[in-house]
Design a protein around this ligand. Structure first.
Ligand code: ADP
Length: 541
């Protein structure tokens, strides 16, 4: 065969195929016939007086947390929530929010986090799409939930969590059986066609991921670990940030967004809070490290930093170990659709090669690198990264078409689902995977996953806008910003565009710079020339 294909039509020899199929799968570990719900309860009974959640001056023990979880779960059951019914948790990041999420799991429902500062339109779309009928609220979200409910065909049942908790009673959980195959949560991610997609994951994948993180970050049962909860509640990494410590009897320390913006205060929080495990996106690690390089200080009990969401650069790793040689970095890689991170690389020092790999497949996960025909490619050849195994979610809620595109039958393991990430990567020696970028126009801004097409669609929907294009500017993830260009009627000013986008998109998707142009530049084959746009953006910004 001139292309070097083997008899089977594959580019790989049978031995290589064997290795790629089985050698690059994570270890098989039997999962218990239990869920996070059972294990949290067991933990709460085992160490009732240990601190479970801390937030500013508020501290809850496991007993106090469990009691609240049970009350919320009962209220949900009374409100008619049954197995796999979706419950929106529209709350700020507080201890009550964690109790609410655990309450939803305990009632057998599906946790759908919604940020209280999201535009009504987006909230309505998510509630409608997921068929959600019940919402847990806090004082800051009641108005949003009321406004959203008014726009739904059937009004929502809104349960204010403070009122539920004030009622008291219910030391025991409701009698609900939650099984590993059951749906656990939905996170909406940006969708290129203009509407967000609700990725639905199951309890087995959720628990498998927690165990992998706990093992490899060296978190130990016994309660000495303190993990920071810093990610936004609409970002799936926020889930393990509280769920993992609660499985091992450790504590969750919620750090407000305000504190994160003030790096000195954040460092204080790590040291004073005796934080041992922290997870950040690379852009924040960069900000944090730059501050620490200027104001060096030991980081107290900190021993593991997980970095996820975007590519971790070699330079950042070098700088980190130069400053903190004893604090490990974990480069965690994955997508919301694959129960967070199915791969990671644990680094105890600067890697010998001058790039950072995303590591190996974790337990019960198979990683493939594929060509366009979904055939395995040889070691070292770039291809699309795909996953199968327990990590793969069920699909996008009530969205068969988009589910079918991304969740396909696993060609190598009949009967399993495979998720196509849209990421490029290649296998390196020692079964390490290198991340090589995106197949499409998906970008990350401060870790938030954004489809450029979603912003462009919203912009094109604005009256008077004729053409629209959005590009990113800035070389490092810390500097990266969104820049929009549009043409259209004179009445549409860049200010009005920004205001409009602010009412339909979350803040992190609103372009930092908006430019009005007479016409958008086109390439030879008539497509919008984004490369040409990126240049003037840099000059006018
Ligand atoms: P996560 O919560 O795991 O970041 P998202 O669904 O928000 O998942 O985003 C998934 C995408 O983010 C991946 O498909 C990939 O493009 C990018 N990504 C996630 N982790 C990494 C990493 N460690 N290195 C490079 N890119 C990453």
């Amino acid at each position: 065969d001139p292309h070097g294909r083997h008899e089977s039509g594959s580019l790989l020899s049978p031995q290589e195929t064997e290795k790629q199929l089985y050698g690059l799968a994570g270890p098989t570990v039997e999962l218990p016939d239990r869920t996070f719900v059972d294990l949290f309860r067991e933990r709460a009974r085992g160490c009732p007086d240990a601190i479970a959640v801390e937030h500013g001056t508020v501290r809850w023990t496991y007993r106090e947390l469990e009691r609240r979880v049970n009350r919320i779960a009962h209220a949900l059951v009374e409100a008619g929530v049954g197995t796999e019914d979706v419950v929106a948790v529209v709350m700020d990041r507080t201890p009550e929010w964690i109790a609410a999420a655990l309450g939803v799991f305990t009632a057998g429902g599906v946790y759908l986090p919604v940020r209280p500062d999201f535009p009504v339109e987006r909230v309505v779309a998510q509630l409608e799409r997921s068929g959600c009928a019940v919402a847990l609220t806090d004082p800051g979200s009641e108005a949003l939930v009321r406004a959203s409910s008014a726009r739904l065909a059937a009004p929502l049942t809104a349960l204010p969590v403070t009122r539920v908790l004030a009622r008291g009673g219910h030391a025991e959980p409701p009698r609900v059986k939650v099984t590993p195959g059951q749906a656990a949560y939905i996170y909406f991610t940006s969708g290129s066609t203009g509407s967000p997609k609700g990725a639905l994951c199951e309890h087995a994948g959720f628990l498998n991921h927690l165990y992998a993180k706990i093992e490899d970050t060296g978190m130990t049962a016994g309660g000495e670990d303190v993990a920071t909860q810093i990610a936004s509640q609409c970002f799936d990494i926020s889930l393990w940030q509280f769920a993992a410590p609660l499985l091992i009897g450790g504590s969750v320390r919620i750090v407000d967004t305000r504190t994160q913006l003030d790096v000195a205060a954040f460092v204080e929080e790590i040291v004073e809070g005796r934080v041992t495990v922290m997870q950040v996106v690379p852009s924040y690690l960069e900000v944090l490290l730059t501050h620490l390089e200027q104001h060096p200080r030991p980081l107290g009990a900190l021993r593991s930093v997980s970095v996820t969401g975007e590519a971790l650069t070699y330079e950042l790793v070098q700088r980190w170990f130069a400053a903190y040689p004893d604090v490990q970095l974990v480069n965690a890689y994955g997508a919301t659709e694959t129960s967070d991170d199915p791969m990671h690389e644990v680094l105890h020092g600067v890697p010998e090669r001058d790039f950072v790999s995303v590591g190996r497949a974790l337990r019960n996960v198979n990683t493939y690198v594929l060509d366009e025909n979904l055939a395995l490619v040889p070691l070292g050849t770039p291809g699309e990264i795909a996953f199968s195994g327990v990590c793969v979610g069920r699909g996008y809620i009530n969205d068969e078409e988009r589910t079918r595109e991304a969740f396909v039958p696993d060609p190598f393991r009949p009967g399993s689902r495979m998720y196509r990430t849209g990421d490029f990567g290649r296998w390196l020696p020692e079964d390490r995977l290198e991340f090589l970028g995106r197949r499409d126009a998906q970008v990350k801004i401060r870790g938030f996953r954004i489809e450029i097409g979603e912003i462009e669609n919203k912009l094109l929907a604005m009256e008077g806008v004729r053409e629209a294009a959005v590009v990113t500017e800035g070389d490092t993830s810390e500097q990266r910003v969104l820049v929009a260009f549009f043409s259209g009627s004179e009445q549409v000013t860049p200010e009005r565009v920004r205001d409009f986008l602010g009412t339909v998109l979350p803040d992190y998707m609103v372009p930092t710079h908006v430019h009005r142009v007479d016409r958008l530049p086109l390439t030879e084959n008539g497509k919008i020339d984004k490369k040409a746009l990126a240049r003037p953006a840099a000059e006018t910004a």
